[in-house]
Design a protein around this ligand. Structure first.
Ligand SMILES: NC(=O)c1ccc[n+]([C@@H]2O[C@H](COP(=O)([O-])OP(=O)(O)OC[C@H]3O[C@@H](n4cnc5c(N)ncnc54)[C@H](O)[C@@H]3O)[C@@H](O)[C@H]2O)c1
Ligand SMILES: [Zn+2]
Ligand SMILES: [Zn+2]
Length: 368
């Protein structure tokens, strides 16, 4: 079929929205009609050409929500009409990682996905016979996409697509960092460094875990206000004295749980230093630049602080994303304030501009 998709043709240049060819789903694959898709930093990062593992041409986008249109041979977990959220982090349910409750890093299709192919090593997108690669196994800046069934979470159809799509990446990452990786205990003190989409999710996650005190730290007043709306009890302006301020608020000890959601290694260091002696746990969600390293004074570890990293919040997508969506439907997670702009697919590059200007939290593309 011929469809419209936003293609990264050339690094550093705007995406080109054009007609491309999409093949039928093969065995284990699903054709999804996208309804909404968030625009995320990772899309822009790849488009810029800075990401050394990036490839072109490819159809970008990974924060999608839509409807199953058709399933390939052998797919029993989904049927036409199901509402789904796309997962760049799949869940095969069978690999050694899927069978462990310690990690969400499914091993089933990693290699092919990282190179922009579906699990059988080919693409379904093409134009004039030339293959166009799949991005993050999702490629959701597109009216339709073909994805492995193990990378789709079936959700309650009552969820609005423009809200559901945010659970595909940043929001679930933040929620999961607090709920899965840190497993925040009731009554604890938490500090979240950086309250963009991921950090706001972490604030909400800390609240859902019944933290007593949630300190949000950011450079933007507007974002600190959003953090208050998600349950932050204290708001601080970030900067060189952020650690000192946290120590002052906690009788000199630091917080039970700290979260880093900026991607800046200096802030990661602050998050480690603001964690409490004895048992403070720092969870790093931000993605640092290639080659950057995190500096930690070893004494901080010996005296009981711990550091953990969190990919997609440790969320096993097919199992847990539907539960997050249910929490949202029950009114436990307020998603509306995260959707700042509504765009059409033709306006996808505008989404990058808005993100660069830090205008709002998320731009959502609507397909119709
Ligand atoms: N681990 C994962 O699976 C995963 C998933 C999605 C995104 N990420 C990463 O998480 C990070 C955050 O993503 P996002 O979408 O929320 O980004 P964002 O840019 O929307 O948010 C980052 C926030 O950090 C704030 N900030 C910058 N410098 C600061 C400082 N010195 N002190 C305090 N706050 C500061 C900014 O004002 C901004 O509000 C990025 O690095 C992104 O790549 C990781
Ligand atoms: Zn993302
Ligand atoms: Zn697996």
């Amino acid at each position: 079929m011929k469809i419209n998709a936003a293609v990264l043709e050339e690094f550093g240049a705007p995406l080109v929205v054009r007609r491309v060819e999409l093949e039928q789903p093969r065995a284990g694959e699903v054709l999804v009609r996208l309804e909404a898709c968030g625009v995320c930093h990772t899309d822009m990062y790849t488009a810029s050409g800075v990401d050394p593992s990036g490839y072109a041409p490819t159809v970008l986008g990974h924060e999608g929500a839509g409807v199953v249109e058709q399933v390939g041979e052998g797919v029993t977990s989904l049927k036409p009409g199901d509402h789904v959220v796309t997962l760049f982090s799949p869940q095969c349910g069978e690999c050694i990682h899927c069978r462990s409750d310690k990690t969400n890093l499914c091993l089933a299709i990693r290699e092919q996905q990282n190179q922009g192919y579906l699990p059988d090593g080919t693409t379904r997108f093409s134009r004039d016979g030339e293959p166009i690669r799949h991005f993050m196994g999702t490629s959701t800046f597109s009216e339709y996409t073909v994805m492995p069934a193990i990378a789709l979470a079936k959700i309650d159809p009552a969820a609005k697509f423009e809200h559901a799509c945010l659970f595909a990446c940043g929001l679930s990452t933040g929620l999961g960092a607090a709920m899965n990786t840190a497993k925040v205990e009731p009554g604890s003190t938490c500090v979240v460094f950086g309250v963009g989409m991921v950090g706001l999710g972490a604030v909400a996650g800390c609240r859902l875990q019944q933290a007593e005190r949630i300190v949000a730290i950011d450079l933007s007043e507007e974002r600190l206000e959003l953090a208050r709306g998600q349950g932050a009890t204290d708001m601080l302006t970030g900067g060189p004295d952020a650690v000192e301020q946290v120590l002052e608020m906690t009788d000199g000890f630091g917080a039970d749980y700290t979260f880093e959601a900026t991607g800046n290694v200096n802030v990661m260091r602050q998050a480690v230093e603001a964690a409490r002696m004895g048992w403070g746990l720092c969870t790093v969600a931000g993605v640092a630049g290639k080659g950057e390293t995190l500096d930690i004074v070893p004494r901080l570890l010996i005296t009981g602080r711990r550091v953990a990293g969190s990919s997609f919040g440790g969320v096993k997508g097919r199992t847990q994303v539907p539960k997050f969506v249910d929490l949202y439907l029950q009114g436990e997670i307020d998603v509306e304030p995260f959707v700042s702009h509504h765009l059409t697919l033709d306006e996808v590059n505008r989404g990058f501009e808005l993100m660069e200007a830090q205008d709002g939290i998320r731009s959502v593309i609507h397909f119709d």
